[in-house]
Design a protein around this ligand. Sequence first.
Ligand SMILES: N[C@@H](CCC(=O)N[C@@H](CS)C(=O)NCC(=O)O)C(=O)O
Length: 213
Amino acid sequence: MRRPILYDYFRSSAAYPVPIALNLKGLDYESRQIDLREDQQKSGEYRALNPQGLVPMLEIDGHRLTQSLAIINYLDLRYPNQPLLPASAAERAHVVAMAMTITCDIHPLNNLRVLRYLKNELGHSQDEVDAWYRHWITEGLPAVEALAAPRAGKFLFGDAPTGADVCLVPQLFNARRFDVPLDAYPTLLRAEENANRIEAFAAAHPDRQEVPA
Ligand SMILES: N[C@@H](CCC(=O)N[C@@H](CS)C(=O)NCC(=O)O)C(=O)O
């Protein structure tokens, strides 16, 4: 098998779940940093590979995959060791719902292009943009906590990490960067603490990634 190539940015919370998933699956990969600060995601060269102009993108098994949840789903079907999505339909829907609450209902509102639009096109101040960022995290995390709490164990669902934990850890990293209080989410904090004890999660932490020069 050719080594997968992950197009990524060390501070991208959409991309951060993918190295966690690859690590959990025990798949070695090459990381290519697309510098979002420099708009490399919009370059013709990158758009020729990924017309959407976003990270992550994963080249694996001869495919070019985009969308973090689609990538996690692919990895889980193709490499079934250390399952990230439960086999039962109802349990899978529950785990995917938690992951989507993060990746579809929180993350897109706080994406770089949205923040830049608020500031540059609509003329909001940095303080207003930061308040926007915190607002959507504070709006979204209670839903994840409420969904998770009844069926959580060490992780968001039971005692093994799933795709929901893989998406949670990057979002809590973001929340801390913007000083969002997290005390109201004990289930999420427990899952995060247990996840970060696992090397697959710890090795994907932005502090351990190659920072573009
Ligand atoms: N729904 C996509 C979101 C991808 C995404 O928004 N990626 C961000 C990085 S966190 C990006 O490339 N942003 C570039 C920009 O906003 O111009 C996924 O989950 O993969």
